[in-house]
Ligand binder design. Sequence first.
Ligand code: A3P
Length: 286
Amino acid sequence: MTSEDYFTYKGILFPKQEIKEEALRYVENEFQVRDDDVFNITYPKSGTNWMSEILGLIRNDGDPSWVRNVPVFERSPWIDTDQGLETALKNPPPRLISCHFPFQLFPKSFLSSKAKVIYTLRNPKDVLVSHYHFSKIFKLWKNFGTLEELLKEFLSGNVPSGSWFDHVKGWLQMKDRDNVFVMTYEELQQDLRGSVKRICHFLGKELNDQQIDSVVENASFQKMKDNKMSNLTIVKEAYIDHKKGKFMRKGISGDWKNHLTVAQSELFDRVYQENMRGVIMTFPWD
Ligand code: A3P
């Protein structure tokens, strides 16, 4: 892959093989959000598939049959891909929909709907490391030789879905709406059961203790790693080089400490502080 395989739409990079410009225009301006839609929104590598699994299990009262039998990209299709958009348009309501759109590219019809949005964010240093490893196996993303090279592009927003800082700031502006719920990867890690209960409450879906136990058990890293409908091993070789690595990689918080030098981490902190000035919210990694 080279960066020529990307195109820019409204300042954001998209892989050419993943989506066409007219689809982006359609999603933004014409896609009809339904009141019963539930959106799983993230910056890439922040726990999108994990949240899809959790939402799929909650939807089925903890019964794992659906997540074990239907691929994640059909259960909760990504509307920022041509294929996912087609699937989302065909799926019967109530729909689960995933995407990595920055807020400014998200369907405008959302603003006048009651659709629910769960926005999951993750320590951007771990996002960077996860992106680095995923880019080695995901053929639609530029494969960076070194983390140092990716770091520069990441900090300047020259990667798919644009700047992490802009993405997070854009979505956090929506956080006080009743139909928007913000979650972090780290909270899921620290207290999955408590997080599942909070998500259920937001969705207006009250599960009993046994059903919650089943959601927690089936959304564990190991269960997802073993579930071929969730671990992306069924994705065609044209997209993922399965010989080179696994999507379900480590699934931990703080792996950046094993990858970033002190100088790289300090540079990251400086750029973070400049960009996040004015954001009145504390995050688990602060
Ligand atoms: P790592 O590469 O750090 O292991 P996304 O779905 O947004 O692409 O995010 C992928 C990251 O989420 C990967 O992180 C992956 O391992 C992690 N992940 C997926 N399912 C998980 C789970 N059940 N528990 C913890 N982490 C999970």
